[in-house]
Design a protein around this ligand. Structure first.
Ligand code: 13P
Length: 255
């Protein structure tokens, strides 16, 4: 059985005071949840301080990005060793905003993925189609091609340590969630792809998250789908009650 993971991607939101207050509130309110993995991914400048606030809790810390090179003249970038050093257990890679706004390609995501795995951190690799691609009937092609490109060169063991997140671009920040059936269809296809690239056994163990307008009131039906193993949450991860509601929904799922 796969353990569900609920990860909050704060993106470029919340100031220092609100970040700390949210983390402190979540540590208290989610203390009793033991059957779900939980993570928050705040802006990089707050990682060190929030890592301390999360220490000893059941909430993991994640970065929203990290660079593939170990050190050197890369102004503005942060290495995998650095994010690990401040307590990160997770790094989000290849989010559609990084791909669309900052020009990240599958190859760049793949280089980062290898660096993150080498640092002993769990990568959360994002894939997903735009509305135009979905309407053109290209969802499967786009998701498969991003997955193959981003996951290139992984061993079975590395694949097992990698989390994938299906985030349809049209569902991000729009309030337009994929229906559970739409999301499940893509998740099932990703698992079939992993089966052909790795093995049935490996494919069955990989954690596949859904992301795109997940809220406390739609989480349960999405998470109840057989191939949806958790959520990558944007907007609803910025408030204690909505993120808590999603984690509690995950905790109540029985499958
Ligand atoms: P929203 O939950 O705000 O749609 O964002 C999803 C997302 O991009 C998480 O990475």
């Amino acid at each position: 059985m796969r353990r569900l993971l609920i990860a909050g991607n704060w993106k470029m939101n919340l100031d220092r005071g609100h970040s700390l207050a949210l983390v402190q509130g979540l540590v208290e309110s989610l203390r009793s949840i033991s059957n779900v993995d939980i993570a928050v991914c705040p802006p990089a400048v707050y990682l060190g301080e929030l890592g301390k606030a999360l220490h000893g809790s059941n909430i993991g810390l994640g970065a929203q990005n990290a660079y593939s090179k170990p050190d050197g003249a890369y102004t503005g970038e942060i290495s995998c060793a650095m994010v690990k050093d401040v307590g990160c257990r997770y790094v989000i890679l290849g989010h559609s905003e990084r791909r669309a706004i900052f020009g990240e390609t599958d190859q760049m995501v793949n280089e980062k993925l290898h660096a993150v795995l080498a640092a002993g951190i769990t990568p959360i690799v994002c894939v997903g189609e735009t509305l135009q691609e979905r309407e053109a009937g290209k969802t499967q092609q786009v998701v498969r091609s991003q997955s193959i490109g981003s996951l290139k060169g992984l061993s079975h063991d590395q694949m097992l340590k990698t989390v994938l997140a299906y985030e349809p671009v049209w569902a991000i920040g729009t309030g337009k969630t994929a229906t559970p059936a739409q999301a499940e269809e893509v998740h099932e296809d990703i698992r079939t792809l992993l089966e052909s690239q790795f093995s049935k056994e490996t494919a069955q163990k990989v954690i596949l998250l859904y992301g795109g307008s997940v809220k406390a009131d739609n989480a349960l039906e999405l998470l109840s789908e057989p191939n949806i193993d958790g959520a990558l949450v944007g907007g609803a991860s910025l408030k204690q009650d909505s993120f808590e509601g999603i984690v509690r929904a995950a905790s109540s799922v029985n499958k």
